[in-house]
Design a protein. Structure first.
Length: 73
């Protein structure tokens, strides 16, 4: 019998499971809500030198998640 790992019911739950740092969690949620892909949101959220407002603005203006990440990093 195999045991399955419990999965969070939402991406907010997944974010909470990914890090204990409240600031990084908050940044990840903002980026995910803006439309970033999970991996891009994680990388950008962990780099506190990244301007969060600019990150959201890039996606709002139609920039793809991966392209925005490359611009910001």
């Amino acid at each position: 019998m195999t045991t399955r790992e419990a999965r969070p019911a939402s991406w907010e739950g997944a974010v909470a499971a990914a890090t204990e740092d409240a600031v990084v969690r908050w940044r990840m949620i903002v980026l995910l809500r803006a439309g970033y892909l999970w991996d891009d949101a994680v990388e950008l959220a962990m780099d506190t030198n990244v301007d969060l407002h600019l990150a959201v603005e890039l996606v709002d203006r139609g920039c793809a998640s991966e392209t925005a990440r490359r611009i910001l990093l």
